[in-house]
Design a protein around this ligand. Structure first.
Ligand SMILES: [Zn+2]
Length: 496
């Protein structure tokens, strides 16, 4: 039950919707039709060439007819061989987002080939590493339309000798592979399981991997997963694909958490990274934290990035990776960067236009500020904490493949919190260009910026709240690993 909020802004806030725009269903999803017989299905067969230059695909419907094939991502038609799709009635050229196929009959198969480019400006789509490639299904898995609701979709891959498919799904395609960006790669080393506190991660490294540092990278991933577990109590999803991509970039890694086709994390990491550099690198922790919240649209980036950004510092302090004072200093530094890096529009608009405006710092850290304000407020009220709200939310919904919005996530969290705390902070700040006001809260906690990389803690009314947020986790929580591999574990795709 939601209790009445006490904010002075409530009457105004109540009129401002959290989600300004209706949820759009991307055109690439195509349409659905009701299943008639219940025996309808779709089979994809894909043959990958040894140089990863070409993938030939056949799509066969059973019990219905395919009327259109949609591009799986903007611009994917550029890589379509001959720019066309072949049906028993002839060849149809594709000029844009898809190809209409008016003459197909029930059960007619379609064929197309994708000539894969050498490189892509989008590193999440394609990155060649030696003879391997990070290669998202968004480049090669075209989307048939309509699809009978609930019809199973099978994938049969034919791979060259010695090649492995590294995909977040196995031989059945989940509908989410068409709805959201998916991770994927083809490589010459199989993924290996990494068991972390109730979850099984399938970890793969592309190219030559990390050589003598492979174990250090694995340890680092384990530690990141255990740190994320300190928030959720266990790893937020039962299984996830983790693709590590050795890169020439030095310094911290660069990662992304993707949901299309199943949960996956892709991390670009300095190929020469030593254990000592990895110690200070929070990328894995941050990406694993993302997996506790289902996929949200970009306009809600302030929420999914804000939560991951705030808790990245908090859980690393709880794990002892950084000290409590370092965690608060990093929060203070981040809030300051976020405050300085706005582009003069509301947080709502900074989020939906984050890539165009390059307003990453503002979005991440304003969102982190709202999470921080909510966390502190809940602890001061001595009621359920934001930790426990996120824990129960992850329990119910981390694996959800529904379309979520920030508004709906906040309603769940606030229900656990027993008051519309998060919703009110969001409503107060989402339509303003100013950074959320933090000074009174920081004063109440006795936190001030220090001169040398560590915050200064003073006496304050809520010092206990400050300390509780970053209190060391019990050793048992830090070392917990799963006792046995999940029964559902299946091997990576192998050559057929
Ligand atoms: Zn993030």
């Amino acid at each position: 039950m939601l209790l009445c909020g006490c904010s002075r802004d409530t009457s105004v806030a109540a009129r401002i919707p959290l989600t300004a725009h209706p949820v759009h269903v991307p055109a690439r999803l195509g349409t659905h039709i009701p299943a008639r017989s219940g025996d309808e299905r779709i089979t994809f067969q894909a043959k990958v060439d040894p140089d990863l230059k070409r993938i030939e695909v056949e799509v066969c419907p059973t019990g219905f007819r395919i009327e259109r094939l949609n591009a799986p991502s903007p611009g994917a038609e550029r890589w379509l061989d001959r720019g066309s799709v072949i049906t028993p009635q002839g060849e149809y050229s594709c000029s844009g987002e898809g190809v209409d196929l008016p003459l197909t009959r029930v059960g007619d198969c379609l064929r197309y080939s994708v000539n894969l480019p050498e490189s892509s400006t989008d590193p999440t789509s394609l990155r060649r590493v030696g003879s391997d490639a990070l290669l998202s299904p968004d480049l090669w898995l075209w989307i048939p339309s309509p699809r009978p609701s609930g019809a199973p979709m099978g994938l049969k891959l034919t791979l060259p000798e010695g090649m492995f498919a590294l995909l977040p799904f196995q031989d059945t395609l989940p509908e989410s592979v068409f709805a959201w960006k998916a991770a994927g790669a083809f490589g010459h080393s199989p993924s290996t399981p990494l068991l972390v506190a109730g979850a099984e991660l399938s970890v793969a490294a592309l190219g030559d991997g990390f050589g003598a540092r492979a174990n250090a990278v694995r340890d680092w991933l384990s530690r990141g997963a255990r740190e994320a577990n300190l928030l959720f109590g266990h790893f937020p999803v039962p299984r996830a694909l983790v693709i590590t991509v050795p890169s020439e970039r030095s310094g911290a890694g660069f990662g992304m958490a993707l949901r299309g086709g199943g949960p996956a994390v892709v991390i670009f990491l300095d190929r020469h990274a030593e254990a000592s550099n990895l110690n200070g690198d929070w990328t894995a922790t941050h990406e694993f934290l993302h997996l506790g919240v289902p996929r949200l649209p970009l306009e809600d980036a302030w929420l999914f990035e804000g939560l991951a950004t705030y808790y990245t510092e908090v859980v690393r302090a709880r794990a002892g990776t950084i000290s409590p004072k370092q965690a608060y200093q990093r929060l203070l530094d981040g809030f300051e960067r976020g405050r300085r890096n706005g582009t003069g529009v509301s947080l709502r608009d900074e989020s939906s236009q984050m890539h165009e405006r390059r307003s990453f710092y503002r979005v991440y850290w304003a969102g982190a500020a709202l999470a921080f304000l909510t966390d502190v407020e809940a602890r001061r009220a001595s009621g359920p904490t934001l930790d426990s709200a996120l824990r129960s939310f992850a329990e119910c919904c981390a694996s959800s493949e529904e379309e979520w919005t920030a508004e709906r996530v906040l309603a769940h969290l606030d229900q656990s919190l027993g008051a519309p705390r998060f919703t009110e902070h969001a409503r107060r700040w989402l339509d303003r260009a100013e950074f959320p006001e933090l000074d009174p809260t920081l004063r109440a906690l006795g936190v001030a910026a220090g001169p040398r990389g560590e915050a200064i803690f003073g006496r304050a009314a809520n010092a206990a709240v400050r300390d509780a947020i970053v209190a060391p986790a019990p050793a048992s929580e830090l070392t917990a690993t799963s006792a046995s591999p999940s029964k559902a574990h299946s091997e990576p795709h192998r050559r057929e």
